[in-house]
Structures are given as C-alpha cells and as structure tokens.
Design a protein around this ligand. Structure first.
Ligand code: SAM
Length: 217
C-alpha cells in the first residue's frame, strides 16, 4: 500500500515504544502491527492519535483497543498460518486485520451492525478476503464454523461463556477478559486432550460483552 512515510514512522514508534518495550516478542505479530494502517480504522478527527498508547472512541459507546492490548492478546493466541480464528467484538476492524494477516480465516462477530458494516467496508478496501462477518451475539460463538484454533473476545465477560469453550479446538487457545462490567482480568483458556486449563494473566479494562452468556443490555 502506498502511503505517507509519516504513518510508517508512527507505526514503528508504536511497535518499539509500546509493544516491544512491554515484552511482546512474536515477530509475526510485530510485523502485522508494523503493516496495518491503524489510522484508517478511526474517525478522521482521531487520525493523529491512532498510534498513541490508549484506546479511542469509535462511536456507539465503543472503542478501538489500545495497540499494546491488541498485540499481547494476539501473541497469546500463538497463531499459525493455517489456523481458523473466531473474534468476538469486531469494533473498528483493526484487530480483525491483524488476525487476518496471521491465520487462514477469521470469523468475526459484532453485535452492532453499524460498526460491523464500517469495519467490513474498510477491510474490503484494504483487500482482506479471508474474513467472514456476522452481526449478532458473539457470546454464543459461531457453531457452524467451529471448532476454532483461536478465540479472542475483545469485550469483558462475567465468566467464560460455555459456548466458546465448546467451540474451541483441541490444543486451541481462548483469550478473554473476565470480571465486572468495569474491570477484568485477562484469561487464557486452553484445551488439551479434552481437558480445560485456565490461567489468569493481568488486569485490564474492556467495554462489556453484552449477550446471553455475557451482561444483560
Ligand atoms: N477489537 C476491536 C477493535 O480493534 O476495534 C475493539 C472492540 S471493542 C473494545 C468491543 C466490541 O465488542 C464493541 O464493538 C462491542 O459492540 C462488541 N460487543 C459487545 N458485546 C458483544 C457480543 N455479545 N457479541 C459481539 N460483539 C459484542
């Protein structure tokens, strides 16, 4: 993609100063973050803040996640190029783009159709063809395309939805913030020989996961 040099500098600054500096090491994740034009996933008025170290509003009371959070959650998925990923909370579509560069197919669910449509439009413009979109309640997953090698939930849940555990493949990895509507702990859930293992990693703050296996509206 042809773009102003300024944006590439901004991305390099973001990757070095916010992501490598905090311990993210996976070169594939770092390269994806160097590559995706994050400023195209926010409103024009926020363009010059797009590579800063915080989330930004994308309207409808929702946010594009902080770059570091996108990187660390993606690294935790340990994606391989042949993997299939379920993403809950398409939002701006930025995280979707990072995932789509790293795996074979992304199934992305967003409950707000206006956000889903805007994300789809942007991702189509950038040429991402390995993403399927759905408007709906992602707390129930997308059983039709399960099992998934990776599942990423970018909204805070009261507990890990059973539907998502069921739709996780053997050796699959699920990353999800779990806690109250205001503060959560990032959880990593893995499935090995049919057994479920759960690790609590660090505190974080996400908008609520609203749905049948999330918070009530
Ligand atoms: N990863 C996104 C990005 O990079 O822009 C940020 C997502 S934002 C923090 C969380 C998103 O989850 C919001 O867009 C919200 O509408 C969506 N959401 C909340 N509950 C949901 C549910 N049950 N199913 C699908 N999406 C949901």
């Amino acid at each position: 993609m042809i773009e102003a040099k300024e944006w590439r500098h901004e991305r390099e600054r973001m990757v070095k100063g916010q992501i490598i500096a905090r311990g993210v090491k996976d070169e594939r994740v770092l390269d994806a973050m160097r590559c995706v034009p994050r400023h195209l996933f926010v409103d024009k008025i926020y363009e010059h803040q797009a590579y800063n170290d915080y989330p930004l509003s994308v309207g409808h009371g929702q946010t594009i996640s902080q770059p570091y959070m996108v990187a660390v959650m993606t690294e935790l998925l340990e994606l391989k190029s042949g993997d299939t990923v379920l993403e809950i909370g398409t939002g701006s579509g930025y995280q979707t783009a990072i995932l789509a560069l790293l795996c074979k197919m992304v199934y992305s669910i967003e409950r707000l159709s206006a956000l889903k449509e805007r994300a789809r439009e942007q991702l189509d413009k950038l040429g991402f063809s390995n993403v399927a979109y759905m408007t709906g309640d992602g707390s129930l997953g997308w059983p039709q395309y399960s099992p998934f090698d990776g599942i990423i939930v970018t909204a805070g849940a009261p507990e890990v939805p059973n539907a998502l555990i069921e739709q996780l493949a053997e050796k699959g990895r699920l990353v999800i913030p779990v806690g109250t509507e205001f503060f959560q702990t990032l959880n990593l859930v893995t499935k090995q020989k049919g057994r479920i293992f759960r690790k609590e990693l660090f505190e974080c703050t996400f908008v609520p996961l609203v749905g049948k296996q999330g918070w009530k509206e």
